[in-house]
Design a protein around this ligand. Structure first.
Ligand SMILES: *Cc1c(COP(=O)(O)O)cnc(C)c1O
Length: 399
């Protein structure tokens, strides 16, 4: 019987659950966009964004989703015919690389498949072979949301340094920012892209590109960059409108201000990272127990390479889709679909699902979600091991 009437849980990997306070912060008339409170608000948001990204560099804010931030990062670093090395571990790495290709960049892809992280040794070997320094940038996705793999960004940096290669290191943190540890400056990342609707708990529609001085020097050497995507005025505005290339995204900014207050000034970034780590381990403990007595399987076997923001799970077709349907129809929980884990049209696509556990998520939400998945497995007659909820509760109890 349907038991879904009540507060729904959208457990997909973005947009994530938004705090009521963030939603309420948007419920006000449009402010003056020339002077006054909005100007102060933006000037307070910029340092908080840099605190989350762990950088003293600059940030450009775009009225765009993650795809817009991707394009902005490429437009400011690569000219037509420049060469980049894309390290691909799933759909999002491939998507960013494709976007660069469409902008006329020569893209070389190192594909590590859908169940493993980037192998830094292969990166080092490829860069050593580039004796002429043709490769201008290395791009990598921190967490590929389609596979839930987490790439070791410091290891990629170390591989670049070991090869003595001067390319820019560009990282997509759209899924990971504020969920998985990321230290832009300490890790030697030159360009980082993020979006508002995942760990930052804000509606989709703001894209961020963080950049350091090395990346700015590359930008300065490019042919003219599209006026809208140019990060220079946005990162170093002389006039308020230059932050946004026009009218400020007023209500997104109200939302972002509230979310950053909660994240940076109330909970604290370190505590938020620790919360995501425990909640992720809670989910893994349940999945591993279910897998002992049935087809359920973590897509990423090695816990050290798993994201703390999203978990991709195999259950065999058609059980993945059947479970998602059962949870949404009966229980008010929406799980994430499989993304590119099987070729388009292949029924194997119904064998996967993903759990989004990024942003405004806590212990009772995750335990409720896991209890609901267990009910779905029982209802659908999918074989599964016992003790998953006890294992999950034990992780929460240990903290
Ligand atoms: C969600 C996501 C994107 C795409 O962001 P959009 O806002 O949908 O354009 C890119 N990369 C990663 C890692 C993501 O999780």
């Amino acid at each position: 019987m349907p038991l879904r009437h009540g507060r729904p849980y959208l457990a997909i990997p973005g947009p994530s659950v938004m705090p009521d306070r963030v939603l309420q912060a948007m419920h006000q008339p449009a402010p003056n966009i020339y002077t006054g409170a909005l100007v102060d608000l933006v000037e307070s948001v910029v340092p908080d964004l840099k605190t989350v990204a762990r950088t003293k560099g600059s940030v450009a804010i775009y009225i765009a989703n993650g795809h817009g931030a991707w394009e902005a990062a490429i437009a400011n670093t690569c000219g037509r015919g420049d060469r980049i090395l894309a390290l691909v571990t799933g759909r999002f790495g491939f998507g960013w690389a494709t976007m660069a290709q469409r902008l006329g960049v020569e893209v070389e892809i190192l594909d590590f498949g859908k169940r493993a992280p980037v192998d830094p040794d292969q990166v080092e070997a490829r860069l050593r072979a580039d004796t002429g320094g043709a490769i201008k940038a290395v791009m990598v996705v921190h967490i590929d949301t389609s596979t839930s793999v987490r790439n070791d960004v410091p290891a990629v940096r170390a591989a670049m340094d070991a090869a003595g290669h001067g390319a820019l290191l560009m990282v997509d943190c759209i899924a990971s920012l504020a969920c998985d540890r990321f230290e832009m400056d300490d890790w030697g990342v030159d360009v980082m892209v993020a979006g508002s609707q995942k760990g930052l708990m804000t509606p989709p529609g703001l894209g961020f590109v963080f950049f350091n001085e090395k990346a700015e020097a590359v930008r300065a050497g490019l042919d003219p960059v599209s006026m809208y995507w140019d990060w220079t005025p946005r990162g170093h505005p002389q006039e308020f409108y230059q932050y946004f290339g026009g009218t400020a995204p007023t209500h997104h900014l109200f939302a972002l201000r509230e979310a950053l207050t909660m994240l940076v000034h109330e909970e604290g970034v370190e505590a938020a990272l620790a919360r995501h780590a425990v909640l992720a381990r809670t989910i893994w403990a349940a999945v591993e127990a279910w897998g002992q007595g049935g087809p359920m399987e973590m897509n990423i076997a090695d816990p050290a390479c798993r994201a703390h923001a999203v978990t991709a799970i195999g259950l065999g077709a058609p059980n993945g889709t059947a479970l998602r349907d059962w949870l949404s129809e009966v229980a008010g929980v929406t799980l994430g679909i499989s993304l590119d884990m099987a070729p388009p049209g292949d029924p194997a696509v119904h064998g996967y699902f993903r759990i989004g556990h990024m942003g405004h998520v806590n212990a009772h939400m995750v335990l409720g979600l896991l209890g609901t998945i267990e009910a779905g497995l029982v209802a659908l007659g999918v074989p599964h091991g016992k003790g998953a909820l006890e294992a999950a509760a034990a992780v929460i109890a240990r903290g």
